[in-house]
Design a protein around this ligand. Sequence first.
Ligand code: CTP
Length: 405
Amino acid sequence: MNDLAGKHIVLGLTGGIACYKAAELCRGLVKEGATVQVVMTEASEQFITAVTMQALSGRPVYTSQWDAREPNNMPHINLSRQSDAILIAPCSADFMAKLVHGRADELLSLMCLARPIDKVPLLIAPAMNREMWAHPATQRNMQQLADDGATILGVGSGFQACGETGDGRMLEANELLEDLVAFLQPKALAGKRVLITAGPTFEALDPIRGITNHSSGKMGFAIARAAREAGADVVLVAGPVHLATPRGVRRIDVKSARDMLAAIEGEATRADVFVATAAVADWRPATHSDQKIKKDGSGAAPTLAFVENPDILATVAKSARAQSGALFCVGFAAESHDLVKHATAKRERKGIPLLVGNIGPLTFGQDDNQMLLVDAQGVQELPRASKLECARRLVAEIAQRLPRP
Ligand code: CTP
């Protein structure tokens, strides 16, 4: 992926042991296609060298406002004017306090103060001991920075270098990267609530066995990430899958189709968009044994009977909110052949405004996908792309179809 292609990021480092994570972050930014200009405070150089950061960013590091390499001798102006965002990671408690007061006695704080505030966003990844983080002064400063237009990326929780355990760790490099990528995406779903089903369901036969399928959940998780990037409040109802929850997404884990329906019904009353990507089992065993079903020695296999599961998408699509247009429903269809014909018929049968068709064997478990959009106007084939790119495209298509306020 080249999620940051064409973006120029100023990465600011201040004093803290989390500087070691800034090395990986810098590498991640470059890998995503960004050009990275590192600016370091004197304190940060106690933790990591400018040589390391220069090697990783491929650019000379700036550490002083008196740096004479700039022809006009104004690095604080030149560096901030060229950037799409300034990310301070790690940002110490002291540096936050400095920013609050508009202090400008070294290059990084001077550059933050001198940046065009409407054009160059400032993102802050705090990193400090848990007591420092919890201190009212820090909390007050954080609020003030947010009020002044900065974006606070939050902190992690856990074991700290000082030996204590609690809040205040800097987020991991991959989390910061995901947050920055999200921050820079267009906000087509700002203020909207999006509800998504993903993955397979598991229909238990007994405490040991059950019926499920190969759905990986990747497409639904990618849509959850893309919707959150687009500014939505996202709830992801997931069957049993082995995937990390996208940043900023609320996840509800379920097993069976009936659990999934119950979770969805609880959330759908508040949602603006419902996207059903889950491969819900069409049938479940008619009976469930509380004990493991044992062989009886006769060699006879048990006879299994099935009953039909509820159709979650069709149930939601029939609700009054969906019928009135307040809840926009999107379905998925995985077909093996005659995609246009089956997808078109399925959209009408399910009673939904938009259906995404794909050829099942070409998408299951893969990292990319090819989508066919079917709506009342007709059929539109989209180019094959990564699931995240497909998800972003789908989110944009959904946003265009939502009723204008
Ligand atoms: N779906 C659902 N609940 C079900 C079955 C399906 O919510 N019990 C949703 C899926 O998440 C998907 C869409 O319905 O968005 C299409 O599912 P599919 O199983 O392909 O549809 P069916 O109507 O069961 O068609 P088929 O005859 O191909 O099985």
